[in-house]
Design a binder for this molecule. Sequence first.
Ligand code: FES
Length: 175
Amino acid sequence: MAENSNNKRRDFLQLSTVTIGAVGTAAFIWPFLKSMNPAEDTIALGTTEVDVSQIEEGQSITVKWRGKPVFIRKRTKDEIDEAKTVNMSDLKDPEEDVDRVKKDEWLVLVGVCTHLGCVPLGQKLTDSKGEYNGWYCPCHGSHYDTSGRIRKGPAPENLAVPPYSFLNDTTIKIG
Ligand code: FES
């Protein structure tokens, strides 16, 4: 009888410990999980809206998105034609131009060389655009074409296309 009551007491003690343990863990996890959810102002900073109405054909601008430069270029007809008539077998990182743009005249790229992270030249009218008329990274000599695809040099991949959408004909939302 005494042993039975001791067992019950032990069960109760064990149960209490488990319950307290579970509550303690939950109380610990909650603030941790909460801290993993980005605050709303952080989410807002994750997008950038750009008015592209002033950009002329053949001009580019650079905007900042999440701390990185993003190139927005209004391509000329020749640049579009060049980008579309490339043999996939000539590309190190084969990607059709149509899969890299939403509208032929607008090219949106993360302006960070995929070799070691320099910012390639080609944004200013006076910049070298490399052998493929797009962008040139002078750090170690990577050449990108008019679709931002790597064509020559050590960079392993094309310039990345960030997530973006057209809010209307003249506003692009990046992120
Ligand atoms: S960082 Fe661009 S070629 Fe090396």
